[in-house]
Design a protein around this ligand. Sequence first.
Ligand SMILES: [Zn+2]
Length: 155
Amino acid sequence: MADVFTKQKRSQIMSANRSHGNKSTEWRLRARLVKAGLSGWRVNARDIVGNPDFVFDKEHVAVFVDGCFWHGCRKCHKFPVSNVKFWSEKIARNKRRDRAVNRNLRNNGWTVIRFWEHQLRTAPTLCVSKIQNMLEKQRNSTTERTTQFNTSPAA
Ligand SMILES: [Zn+2]
């Protein structure tokens, strides 16, 4: 995809989007998806609740890459030493918002997958196969619904 933003605009967008995984991590996942031959996805879906990092519209799967710091990853545990109250409130707010986004999307028929940024660094293959499995599952359940619909008695 061509970069349609100026350098300045791009850096504005990036700083506004810091609660998501950092850009290099996201690009790494993009490359993995391409390599795995997955298609039908788009990035930074502004039109979907919570602006997922990746969406598969057909299968209704939304993927978020959560920054370990901003979303309070316990494993990485990189909590700041100064302004502790400020940061812990901010992180708590992010986590509440994540849960609200999950609920909202699920209520609208989406399947939500969340990865920690560190998971993409340490286990990218696992992340991709999780996405693949979920897509497969969604495709099958779509087929089932269609079959049931087709075999129901004519009105
Ligand atoms: Zn982490």
